[in-house]
Design a protein around this ligand. Structure first.
Ligand SMILES: CC(=O)SCCNC(=O)CCNC(=O)[C@H](O)C(C)(C)COP(=O)(O)OP(=O)(O)OC[C@H]1O[C@@H](n2cnc3c(N)ncnc32)[C@H](O)[C@@H]1OP(=O)(O)O
Length: 405
């Protein structure tokens, strides 16, 4: 068995192997008419190939920019299409692929890798920690009266094909200011109205324009079939993306005011979303799912930590453990002055001790170090160090990721 890089000629076999690993076949309609697969970066793929030339395992990566708190756009590897054929599992193939892939990511000069995990028990052993989260909010439409002034601008209902480049430009404006957001490769716009690109059902688009006529927000949604028991229909929103607050409010008004709909479901809101606070009946909204979304693997601690801004100044010494990439392990002094940070190796006594996967979890501000300390994952010198760490790592905006890959 050998692990090797993929080339363009491997695309078809690579795709059928990934599909088989997920229990799908090439005919499964969930593949988005092939558009998703055509976006794979075959110069970044890896396969495990048997002596007979059969591909039995795959791992790929996209080239993304990740938005950090403060707005820096950092090149990262977006790990995807990881699969081992059911006939070849639990023999270390994933482990071999992940180790080789991390070598490749470091060689490309990317200081972090990110992924969405099919099962949450797979990736921590390779140094990934959950960094952003998605909540599903459901709302009976008749209880969805919104407080505050009437929305501004206008909303148009469009077919996906009518949107031209406007969705991509709205998304780009949004992702540049949203910590945890990823750049979206041009190819992924071909696969429908954003995520999930493998959607079985076509989406409608509600596109918001501001009072000057500039597109600044959209919702991709579908209204489901009549439920035979309740007689109601659910309006499900895949993506609610806006470049500013007014566009969010206007789109929320639109979505909750749709006739012939009994329930509105927003699939992916950040934790602590303020949209719920627009409701006059706070209890009307139910959070029916809260799941990890983006996982972050730090590969270069000084670069990753210096790439974000911090709301509070201070100095913290972090002792980071890393059994997979032992060169990453060590003590680092993070010094924040005027909101920007310098991070360098140090021999000083640590304020906090953590695994590199937990550094991935706190880096974007999605989870306070004290939460991980309570869980026994992070060790702190004393309560003051922990309180400082909570204040330093907080993000002014809750990190969130819409992109599915
Ligand atoms: C970013 C993405 O693409 S996410 C998609 C991941 N892929 C899938 O979910 C597709 C279906 N699953 C698979 O293809 C495979 O089961 C994989 C890729 C998850 C695991 O591949 P394997 O080659 O079996 O993993 P490998 O043998 O290297 O296992 C390494 C360790 O992880 C554990 N492990 C691996 N997968 C799982 C799992 N799904 N659940 C629990 N433990 C797991 C193994 O038990 C092993 O533990 P050990 O070191 O304590 O013995």
């Amino acid at each position: 068995m050998q692990i090797r890089a993929t080339r363009e000629a491997d695309r078809e076999r690579y795709v059928t192997t990934v599909l088989a690993a997920f229990g799908n076949t090439a005919e499964t309609p969930a593949e988005g008419e092939g558009a998703w697969w055509s976006g794979f970066e075959m110069d970044r793929g890896l396969v495990a190939e048997g002596d007979d030339g059969r591909i039995v395992a795959t791992a790929g990566a996209y080239t993304f920019e990740l938005t950090m708190p403060g707005g820096a756009l950092v090149p990262v590897a977006g790990v995807t299409a990881v699969g081992v054929l059911p006939s070849h599992r639990r023999r270390g193939l994933l482990t071999a692929l992940m180790h080789r892939q991390l070598d490749d990511v470091v060689a490309r000069g990317e200081c972090m890798a990110v992924l969405l995990s099919s099962e949450s028990v797979i990736y921590r052993r390779f140094g990934y920690g959950p960094a952003t989260f998605a909540q599903r909010l459901t709302l009976p439409r008749h209880r969805a009266r919104l407080s505050g002034p009437a929305p501004t601008g206008s909303v148009s209902v469009l077919q996906r094909a009518e949107c031209g480049d406007e969705l991509a430009s709205v998304y780009d404006a949004y992702r540049r200011t949203q910590p945890g957001a990823l750049s979206r490769p041009a190819g992924s716009w071909r696969t429908g109205a954003g995520q999930p690109p493998v959607a079985l059902t076509k989406r409608l688009i509600a596109l918001h324009h501001d009072e000057e006529g500039v597109a600044d927000g959209y919702a991709s949604y579908v209204v489901g079939a009549v439920d035979p028991v309740t007689g109601g229909r659910t309006l499900s929103v895949d993506e609610l993306v806006a470049a500013n607050r007014d566009a969010y409010v206007a789109l929320f008004h639109f979505l909750t005011g749709h006739d012939l709909v009994s329930e509105v479901a927003l699939k992916s809101l950040p934790r602590q979303s303020w949209l719920r606070w627009l409701l006059e009946d706070h209890r009307a909204a139910a959070l029916t799912r809260d799941t990890d979304w983006l996982w972050v693997r730090v590969l270069d601690v000084p670069r990753a930590l210096a790439s974000r801004t911090y709301p509070v100044d201070g100095r913290l010494v972090l002792e980071v453990a890393d059994t997979v990439r032992t060169e990453v392990a060590g003590r680092y002094a993070l010094t924040v002055e005027g909101g920007t940070a310098v991070c360098e190796r140090t021999g000083d006594e640590p304020d906090l001790r953590m695994d590199v996967s937990d550094l991935g979890s706190v880096l974007l501000g999605g989870t306070p170090p004290s939460t991980l300390a309570e869980a026994g994952r992070v060790g702190a010198r004393d309560p003051r160090a922990l309180a400082l760490a909570d204040a330093v790592f907080r993000s002014e905006r809750t990190p969130h990721t819409v992109h599915w890959f």
